[in-house]
Design a protein around this ligand. Sequence first.
Ligand SMILES: [Zn+2]
Length: 334
Amino acid sequence: MGRAFIEKLPKVELHIHLEGTVQLELIQELAEKTQTPLPKPADELFSFTGLADFLDRLDWICSLVRNPEDVKRLAYDYARYAASQNIMYAEVITNPTHWKALSYQQLIPGILEGFDQAYEDGYTDCRLLVSLLRSQTKQESLALVRWMTAHRHPRLMGLSVDGNEAVSKQSNRVLCDAFLEAKHAGFAITVHAGESSPAEGVWEALDILGAMRIDHGVRSITDPVLLRRLADERIPLNITPTSNLMELYPSLEEHPLGKLYELGIPVTVSTDDPMLMSIDLCTELEKSANAFGWGASDLIRLQENAIRASFCDAETKQLLRDKLKIFCDCYHKA
Ligand SMILES: [Zn+2]
C-alpha cells in the first residue's frame, strides 16, 4: 500500500497515551529546566531492555513536568504533531498516577487547556480519557470519578483503566463502582483488556466494568464465543500492532489483527506510545497493510470503524465522515 495514500488519508486515533507522545526536544528542554540529568544519552533514550525499563522511562519523562503550564504545552505539542500526521481527531488517554509532580486537579485542566488552544489554532481535535491504574483502590477510583463529574468539560470524554491485569486480578471488582458512577454521570467507558489478561479479561471488561470498547483485546482470538459477541455487538477493539510485539507476538505476521478484521470485528489501528516506541500512525497502518494484504478500501474502513467507535457527539462524527468522504471522492477521481 502506498505511503503517500496513507499520509494523506484523514485519520482517527483512539488508543494513545499522552505520556508516550512527548518528543525528544521537549524532554531535553524540560530536563534542562528542572536540572535533571538524562538517565541515558539522548539518542538512546527511546531504547529499552524490557517492559519494566519502558515503564521506568515513561515515569521519568512525566516527572519532568512540574506545573500546569508545561502540561498545557505538552498537550498542545501533541495536537500539533497529530495534525502533521493528518490525524483529524484523537482520543488521548492520560493516567494521573504517572505524573508524580502534579495532582490530577492540576493535570487534567492543563491538558484540556492545551487541547482547546491547539484546536483553536487549527490543529487536531483532541479529546481526553482519564485512566485509572489497575492497582488503585476503590476509594481512589471513586474520588477521581467524582472530581471529573464536578469538573465537566466538553473535551473530557470518559474513563479508562490500564496497568497490569495479571498482578491485579481482582481489579475489575475493586474498580467497578467507579465505572458505574462514571457511566451514570454520562462518561464513556474504555478498558485495557485482553493484552496483559487472556480473553477472560475482555469478558470482565464488558460485563463488570461496562466497557463500550476495548483497548487491545487481541487475546480474544483464543475464544470463539467472545469473537462472535464482539462481531455481533460490534464492539470495537483499538489495536496497537507494534506495541503488542513487545510482549505478545514475535512478528506482525503472527499478530491476530488481520484475522480479527476478517471476522468482521470493528478493529481500529493506533500507536499506544508513539514517541517512546519511535513509531507513528502512518507507519503502523503501512506495516499492517503489508502484513495483512490490505488495500485502500480496507484502510478507509479502519477510519470508518474509528469514527463510529469514537465517543464524540453525532455532529462531530458526521463532520469526520464528511472529511473522509471528500478525500475518498478525490482519490477515486484521481
Ligand atoms: Zn494502551
